[in-house]
Write a protein that binds this ligand. Structure first.
Ligand code: SAM
Length: 233
């Protein structure tokens, strides 16, 4: 602001110089002063409605038949998280399945690193479309597969490499499904949240980008030993 000029905080914005050093309290007073309580309430209600519409129209479709406690929101894995997941999968071959594949980034990366077939299961139709668009844009259309299916209904008996990035609230239930269905030589990689009862054989990264690798055979052996020691007591 030029020295010597004084500005009334309630003066409308269009009559004011938009200087960088406008005092914050002056700016907020100006905003509430012009809008009034009713205006602020209308903006809040409008924003709430927009968020709700986005939730119902874009994020929620496909989840109506899924019990509330099993619903997991879409949060894409960070680039570092994807790299950590892939590092844990290095040396592995064959197909890969991402359970809850979101915008398809893990599946696409896995395909680019030689996992064939790479398949993503995702309930939200918008995300399935987005994943297909990403694959098309990367020139891998038709080489990766995104299926709109409930991960709880997918038969995993032939899957050798499985990745998951889901909420902690569903991981213990998923643990059971994986344990019951996956072949012994399967490898599971969990991003951001670890399985509650499984012991990882390797961990990559820190904080929110961390990923855990589990051998299914090792989990079965661990459970077998635990049950044996319980019955021999
Ligand atoms: C945290 S996001 C992870 C997305 C992706 N895997 C990634 O790492 O970027 C979890 C995804 O799982 C999907 N999801 C949740 N429950 C599902 C279910 N029962 N069947 C299929 N997809 C599901 C959500 O729509 C969401 O896109």
């Amino acid at each position: 602001m030029n020295p010597g000029t004084s500005v009334n905080c309630l003066q409308p914005v269009c009559h004011r110089e938009m200087d960088d050093d406008m005092p914050e309290e002056c700016f907020s007073e100006l905003k509430t002063g012009n809008l009034g309580v009713w205006g602020v309430a209308q903006i809040a209600a409008g924003t709430g409605l927009a968020v709700y519409a986005m939730w119902v129209g874009i994020l929620q479709p496909g989840f109506r038949k899924v019990p509330l406690k099993l619903q997991v929101p879409y949060i894409p894995a960070s680039k570092v998280q994807v790299d950590n997941v892939m590092r844990l999968l290095s040396g592995r071959k064959g197909g890969l399945v991402d359970l809850g594949s979101g915008d398809g980034r893990i599946v696409l990366e896995a395909h680019q690193q030689g996992f064939t077939p790479s398949v993503g299961y995702e309930l939200n139709p918008w995300l399935v479309r987005l994943a297909r668009f990403h694959a098309w844009r990367a020139g891998h259309q038709g080489k990766v597969s995104y299926r709109r299916e409930d991960l709880w209904k997918v038969d995993l008996t032939k899957c050798k490499n499985v990745t998951v990035f889901l909420a902690p609230s569903v991981l213990s239930l998923l643990q059971e499904k994986l344990q019951n269905e996956l072949p012994d030589d399967a490898l599971v990689v969990a991003g951001r949240f670890p399985f509650p009862d499984w012991k990882p054989f390797k961990i990559e990264g820190q904080g929110v980008d961390r990923a855990w690798a589990y051998s299914v055979q090792a989990q079965r052996q661990h459970i077998f030993k635990k049950n044996n020691t319980l019955t021999s007591r």
